[in-house]
Design a protein around this ligand. Structure first.
Ligand code: VG1
Ligand code: CO
Length: 549
């Protein structure tokens, strides 16, 4: 087959954000747009991790959203033309993000391409995304994503070939040019890994004895995974997995597991006959939401509870080496780490910052406030893993509900009352103006009192990786108050239109009596102070946030 070198010119804006390149489908459908980015990836990863691209083996799969199959065929032709030896592809072009990480690690691949825009809606007028994961199975670090971006700005041609489409639905091996395409069951490796980590016998017994679980796959990637694990292997009744069929447009919804978007699940968990555990995952399967009957576990609390109960799961029976959390995530995990006598690391937002800590064995569990939890079993956050961890804990602590576990945790460690307010679709210049103005005020804030809270410290978060010494700056504006309350202001790096302002709010409450209650009520003063400090209404024209989590 003849290899074609197709002339092209650079596109502006092919800079990967918090988690890869995310754009509207229509942007990706422009001639050469996807090809330019993929060629830039291939150019940059040649030699990366001490492995040449020629003859290399890579994983490829996505969350099944609109354009997934088209993009996979394009990438396969380009991979063959670039001399890749073998592509390991999930059947139907499907691989959840954590499963892709698992496949890269288990099959010893050089890396992989994951196609997803995560929790963003899908369809012809919605979002698509692509990212590269390295040999350890984790998202490429910033040095790599910056190099990819730089390459997109100088690209002059890309390599491809003309060939029949690969049959993505047929398991087994096919050839494309000189390359092998191996279509694998997207679930099998991942399900086996979960069985190795959790006490499936105890979970099976608990489900047989009346514990009940409901999992909302939100018509996204986790449907087949959850059916296989929860229903087939653990014996949960058929129908325990809701919205289990992946759809290209996720049924027209946001596949985002939070109280605002997983309404059907929330309604079930508020019924008198609610199951013991309610959970959901996002478009690409790396996020999770944990609910009990009339109980919501914030992702920050979930990380802390998992850490405190880790030895109940066989995979963590030896205890944990450390915890890592993103900066805007609450300090709940820090308290558990302290009690366990292990370190707690504070990293910038985005899973790529956890990779070095996990590889070095410094952290075992990681988490982000954005419904992301995971461990050193893969190098991505992992939605279903978190759900199984909770189910494992419930199986080993019979008679206690999710709400009981949370109350007991707060009684022991105190509660880090937490909320995130998102202002979406803002004018980009206005959002940047708000951040610039607040940043300029930071040095003068300590000592000032805002809405009754006195500022102790304020900074623009910067990070030096304790393993490889790499640095990241401009990672969010932090205002810390006397007494431990905190606000963080950040602009999202995953959006595809306008700007999203995220305001993260938290304060510590030690008194068990005062711990009960809704976070929005308990944080009302701080919320008001944040609105005043950043002049959110004046600068954005918004009276209230669009999404509260
Ligand atoms: C958001 C979250 C961040 C998460 C990222 C990717 O980023 O805040 O914690 O790592 O999404 O998650 P941002 O820049 O929009 O705040 V996913 O499930 O979208 O891959
Ligand atoms: Co995701």
């Amino acid at each position: 087959m003849d290899i074609l070198s197709v002339p092209t010119t650079p596109f502006e804006g092919q800079k990967p954000g918090t988690s890869g390149l995310r754009k509207k489908v229509k942007v990706f459908q422009q001639p050469h747009y996807l090809e330019n980015f993929v060629q830039a990836v291939f150019d940059v990863i040649d030699g990366l991790d001490d492995l040449p691209l020629a003859g290399a083996a890579l994983a490829l799969g996505g969350d099944g959203r609109f354009f997934n199959r088209t993009a996979i065929q394009t990438i396969l032709r380009m991979a063959a033309a670039n001399g890749v030896g073998r592509m390991v592809v999930g059947q139907g072009g499907l691989l959840s993000t954590p499963a892709a990480s698992c496949v890269i690690r288990k099959h010893g691949l050089k890396g992989g391409l994951i196609l997803s825009a995560s929790h963003n809606p899908g369809g012809p007028d919605e979002d698509f995304g692509i990212k590269y994961n390295i040999r350890n199975g984790g998202p490429a670090p910033e040095a790599v994503t910056n190099a990819i971006h730089a390459r997109t700005l100088e690209i002059e041609s890309y390599r491809t070939l003309e060939a029949e489409a690969v049959d993505l639905d047929r398991l087994g091996t096919q050839t494309l040019g000189g390359m092998t395409v191996e279509v694998i069951d997207p679930v099998a490796d991942y399900a086996a890994l979960m069985e190795s980590l959790f006490d499936f016998d105890a979970m099976r017994a608990a489900l047989a004895q009346g514990r009940r679980v409901v999992f909302d796959a939100m018509h996204a990637i986790t449907g087949p995974y959850a059916r296989e694990i929860l229903e087939n292997r653990l014996g949960a009744p058929a129908g325990s997995v809701l919205n289990a069929t992946p759809l290209e447009d996720f049924g027209g919804h946001h596949p985002d597991p939070n109280l605002a978007h997983a309404k059907e699940l929330v309604a079930i968990m508020n019924r008198p006959d609610a199951p013991d555990l309610g959970a959901a995952s996002d478009g690409d399967g790396d996020r999770n939401m944990i609910l009990g009957p009339k109980a919501f576990v914030t992702p920050s609390d979930s990380l802390a509870v998992l850490a405190a109960n880790a030895p109940l799961a066989p995979g963590y029976a030896k205890g944990i080496a450390g915890i890592a959390r993103s900066m805007p995530t609450s300090r709940a995990a820090d308290r558990v780490a302290e009690a366990l006598g292990v370190p707690c690391f504070e990293t910038p937002t985005g899973w790529k910052f956890f990779g070095t800590l996990l590889d070095a064995g410094k952290a075992t569990l990681c988490g982000e406030e954005s419904f992301g939890t995971g461990s050193d079993h893969v190098r991505e956050k992992d939605g279903l893993w978190a759900v199984l961890f909770w189910l494992n804990i419930l199986a080993r602590r019979p008679g206690e509900s999710v709400g009981d576990l949370l109350a007991a945790h707060w009684a022991r460690f105190g509660r880090d009352v937490y909320a995130r307010h998102d202002y979406e679709g803002l004018d980009s210049a206005a959002a940047q103006g708000l951040m610039d103005a607040l940043k300029a005020r930071l040095p003068g804030l300590p000592g000032q009192t805002i809405g009754g809270f006195t500022v102790a410290q304020a900074d623009d978060f910067a990070y030096t990786d304790p393993v490889d010494g790499s640095t990241a700056s401009g990672q969010g504006l932090r205002v810390m108050f006397k007494g431990g309350a905190r606000m963080v202001f950040r602009l999202s790096g995953t959006g595809t239109s306008g700007a999203t302002l995220r305001v993260y709010l938290e304060r510590y409450e030690a008194d068990p009596e005062a711990q009960r209650g809704d976070a929005q009520d308990l944080l009302a003063d701080l919320i008001q102070a944040a609105r005043e400090l950043a002049d959110i209404p004046g600068r954005t024209g918004r009276a209230a946030p669009d999404v509260i989590t």
